[in-house]
Design a protein around this ligand. Structure first.
Ligand code: SF4
Ligand code: SF4
Length: 381
């Protein structure tokens, strides 16, 4: 397992990191703790030293499961990164209370990395106004956390503003070969590198969708001069960036974990190893998936904020994912979380404030209705 520097911290972290938001589940939807312990311990004993979790994952139980799994000798050998959601910081006192609660759940006296979860252009102004990072700095001075970071979903412009506004130790962003011109884009990856900020990449397989090849995508992979699995191609694309410290994978089964460990044990799964012809081939794969997209949304967020809180780019992301990867049920399920947050397409009152701002000229109101018809209706506890 290759280890890479983690920004300015002086730490060396494993290129493969374990994301703890897709742990194995029982039929009732709760985490299968025995299987999760086995998975986490196997990873920690086979070269993975970076574990990412969050307050909200798995109905707020992921931190607890990770803490239990690492107890008894492994915790000291690994980096734990976890996240506090802005929505849970209603008062300044909440910020400390949440950290204390998290430390208890993780069975540890300190966190290596503490992130503000899911910053976007919409909440950044409030984070600054409430001086939340000052609270984080106090935690660092007290030895309760070692590094201050944020995770981000959104377009490049807001990302640049947030990255420039503070001396972050790390930023965690979505990237994969489908996101070269959406989310933070390749430019965002390069910017984080220039600033010396550690960069952790999530969704390298775009929610697992890049592990399956549709017929047209399979035909492109078949023509490649080197035969590799879709999963390996997707990981190699991210590993090729020298700016990336760790690639998070949300592994659910031992089979997936072992497959990933094998891929990351290959010496040439590292930066600068993809050839021009490989990059051309991945661009063709991207184009083949995109040819089935429902809208040309790039996730730039220029249409936000919506006065009714509709998360327009996220709705279109779920809509496109359903079409491009033939993944209707997973998209309907993730759409349900938007509905619970009051940010789904049904909240649109057709005010029209968004449409003129869309550089792609998307007929947002119309497309939101179609997306809602397709995605609405998934239910689970
Ligand atoms: S048209 Fe609908 S989605 Fe667009 S800003 Fe108005 S309420 Fe929001
Ligand atoms: S709908 Fe248009 S403005 Fe909104 S995120 Fe998508 S591309 Fe950007």
């Amino acid at each position: 397992m290759q280890c890479r520097p983690y920004g300015k911290t002086g730490w060396a972290v494993s290129l493969l990191g374990m994301g703890c938001m897709r742990l194995p589940r029982l039929d009732n939807g709760r985490v299968d703790r025995q299987k999760a312990y086995e998975l986490i311990r196997y990873a920690a004993d086979h070269g993975v030293n970076y574990f990412d979790t969050a307050f909200g994952y798995h109905g707020r139980t992921s931190e607890e499961v990770l803490g239990e799994a690492l107890e008894g000798g492994r915790r000291e050998r690994v980096i734990i990164a976890t996240k506090q959601p802005f929505g849970e910081m209603k008062t300044q006192a909440d910020i400390r209370r949440n950290l204390e609660n998290t430390l208890k759940k993780l069975r540890t006296d300190y966190l290596d990395v503490y992130l503000i979860h899911g910053i976007n252009g919409g909440i950044w102004a409030d984070i600054k106004k409430r001086e939340i990072l000052k609270e984080y700095e106090k935690f660092r001075d007290e030895g309760l956390i070692r590094a201050i970071a944020f995770s981000y979903h959104g377009g490049y412009d807001a990302f640049e503003e947030i990255l420039d506004a503070y001396d972050w130790d790390m930023c965690q962003v979505q990237h994969n070969f489908m996101d070269t011109n959406r989310e933070v884009t390749v430019k965002g990856i390069e910017l984080a590198g220039k600033k010396g900020c550690a960069l952790v990449v999530m969704e390298p397989l775009r929610g697992g969708n890049l592990s399956k090849a549709t017929e047209s995508v399979g035909a492109i992979y078949d023509k490649a001069s080197v035969k590799r699995s879709p999963v390996e191609w997707a990981f190699r694309y991210i590993a090729n960036f020298p700016q990336v410290s760790t690639i998070l994978s949300g592994m659910t089964t031992m089979e997936q974990l072992k497959e990933n460990l094998e891929i990351f044990s290959r010496e040439d799964v590292t930066s600068g190893k993809l050839r021009d012809e490989d990059l051309v081939m991945l661009a063709k794969v991207k184009a083949a998936y995109e040819s089935a997209a429902a809208t040309p949304c790039t996730g730039c967020e220029y249409c936000l904020p919506c006065p009714q809180n509709v998360s327009i780019p996220t709705v279109f992301d779920r809509y496109n994912t359903a079409k491009m990867f033939d993944a209707l049920d997973p998209s309907r399920r993730t759409y349900m979380f938007l509905t619970r947050a009051g940010a789904d397409a049904s909240n649109c009152v057709e005010c029209g404030a968004c449409e003129a701002k869309c550089p792609q000229g998307i007929k947002i109101i119309e497309e939101l209705k179609t997306a809602h018809e397709l995605l609405n209706g998934w239910y689970e506890e």
